[in-house]
Design a protein around this ligand. Structure first.
Ligand code: F6P
Length: 482
């Protein structure tokens, strides 16, 4: 069946499609990794829409196809484009700059050229599948030029962009040799969504300082390149923090299979008194080293003993061709080996380290099994793992240790807050999470669950799409601006 010529009123563009093509294990399509897909999947399931994205393998794009109500429109990437657009410019230039330069950023003009070429390919694919007057929702830092490129191809459509990661302060953003082009690319949108108000402020400051545009509250008056003020546009920016499918996760974690599996996980670890858990992509932004250091020192100080207290560390494989990620993996695995050499005994392991992907139900069982969830990023746009953990704890068990450098920290006030750079403080917070009386822990979990249930991913999507529909005004306000 050919689907060519089909158009949609809602078009999503993200670097990855929600499923990726696998060549091994008999081939077929599997759910793509990452927080963006986890968040967007439940939102898109109920909508008739197109999703434009990369199918996860090099070479020509597979034919467009349908998955339930979603029309998937794959975009091709050659092996060189994967290196230069995805691993290079997106994840070795932008990613470090947008995450406080935890590792140095790499600048290559060839990577930038490829980023532009690939963004243009995405924009063309969007323009092809968007119906007249459609809503186009572009996602994340990999596609920052797409809003302006789509506007040039299809001035009739309404364009939004959502930033899943932090937006950096102007002092860091200004390091980018292509800083103006990137902001101009974004300002092709009608509405720009961010995780935190701090990200909105950073963005507005970038517009003032680097483009000389004027800003009022949350809008930018943007004069496109060329300086012709007759084509000035007003673009609105707003903080709309992303969330998780609370109902879906809650139901999954209440299923007898997941409850039984959680008990099985604890039993397989020797039924520790306290099971601590960390689940993250193996990324230098996530604070793996700080978490392991605090744990090792607590064992050294004899504040905790293995196997009474056990740590399960799930490191989801990520971006393995990029040097900084390779180095991190070596360091983490060497540290885990050292801790286990020193503090494990025959039949009991101090750190259970797993470098694999797991299905949703298994993750829910891990969350339900863990007494203390360690979320210690050095910088994170949101951190959906923190919200997933809360959504799975229908028993009101478990405590959340949460870094103040995550977007989630701005909402999850009842978590045990930590600064992962402060190892002494992190150790104290972990001990507090372990020793706080059960009543207080349950009260905190109840409040956390209420917050995530009220602000779930469906509400996020609705708020985003309403903001986009009414931009540059706020939803429910009369139109303003040129
Ligand atoms: O939001 C950060 C992000 O890059 C998402 O776009 C993606 O879902 C996730 O991290 C995983 O990254 P990657 O697609 O590079 O595996």
């Amino acid at each position: 069946m050919t689907l060519a010529g089909t158009t949609f009123d809602l078009v999503v563009a993200a670097n990855r499609l929600p499923v990726h093509h696998v060549v091994d294990d008999g081939g077929g399509w599997r759910r793509s990794p990452g927080g963006l897909v986890t968040a967007m999947e439940p939102v898109m399931q109920s909508r008739e829409a197109a999703w434009v994205g990369w199918a996860g393998e090099p070479g020509p794009a597979p034919e467009p196809f349908r998955e339930d109500r979603l029309y998937l429109r794959p975009v091709s990437l050659t092996p060189v484009e994967i290196q230069e657009y995805y691993e290079g410019f997106s994840n070795d230039t932008l990613w470090p700059i947008y995450h406080d330069v935890i590792v140095p950023a790499t600048f290559h003009r060839t990577w930038w050229n490829t980023y532009r070429t690939v963004n243009h390919r995405f924009a063309q694919a969007v323009a092809e599948v968007a119906a007249p007057g459609a809503t186009v929702w572009v996602h994340d830092y990999q596609l920052q030029l797409v809003p302006a490129m789509v506007r040039a191809l299809r001035p009739d459509v309404r364009i939004g962009w959502f930033d899943h990661i932090p937006f950096p302060p102007v002092e860091l953003f200004a390091q980018l040799p292509w800083r103006k082009e990137l902001v101009q690319g974004l300002l092709g949108a009608d509405f720009l969504g961010f995780q935190r108000t701090a990200d909105v402020s950073n963005f507005l400051r970038v517009c003032r300082r680097l483009l000389g545009d004027s800003t009022t509250h949350d809008t930018v008056t943007f004069t496109p390149p060329g300086g012709d003020t007759s084509v000035q546009r007003t673009v609105r920016a707003g903080a709309i923090p992303i969330s998780v499918d609370f109902k879906g996760l809650d139901a999954l974690a209440r299923s007898p299979e997941v409850i039984a599996r959680a008990a099985e996980i604890r039993a397989s670890l020797g039924n520790p008194e306290i099971l601590m858990l960390g689940v993250d992509r193996l990324d230098y932004t996530k604070g793996f080293k700080q978490r392991l250091k605090a744990y090792e020192e607590l064992l050294q100080d004899k504040a905790i003993v293995s196997p009474t207290v056990t740590l399960m560390l799930v490191a989801l494989p990520s971006r393995e061709h990029i040097d900084a990620y390779r180095v991190l993996r070596e360091e983490v695995e060497a540290t885990v080996g050292r801790i286990n050499g020193e503090y494990s005994a025959l039949g009991s392991t101090a750190v259970h380290y797993l470098h694999q992907f797991y299905p949703r139900a298994e993750m829910a069982a891990m969350f339900l099994a863990a007494d203390v969830m360690l979320v210690t990023p050095l910088r994170d746009g949101m951190n959906l793992v923190a919200k997933e953990y809360v959504a799975c704890r229908h028993d009101l068990g478990g405590t959340l240790v949460l870094s103040e450098f995550t977007g989630a920290w701005n909402e999850l006030h009842e978590a045990f807050t930590c600064n992962p750079h402060d190892i002494e403080g992190l150790k104290q917070t972990i001990m507090l999470a372990i020793t706080t009386p059960g009543d207080d822990r349950r009260r905190r979990m109840k409040a956390l669950r209420r917050r995530v249930a009220d602000h779930d991913v469906q509400r996020w999507a609705t708020r985003y799409l309403e903001s986009l529909a009414s931009a540059p005004s706020r939803p429910g306000r009369p139109p303003t601006g040129p």
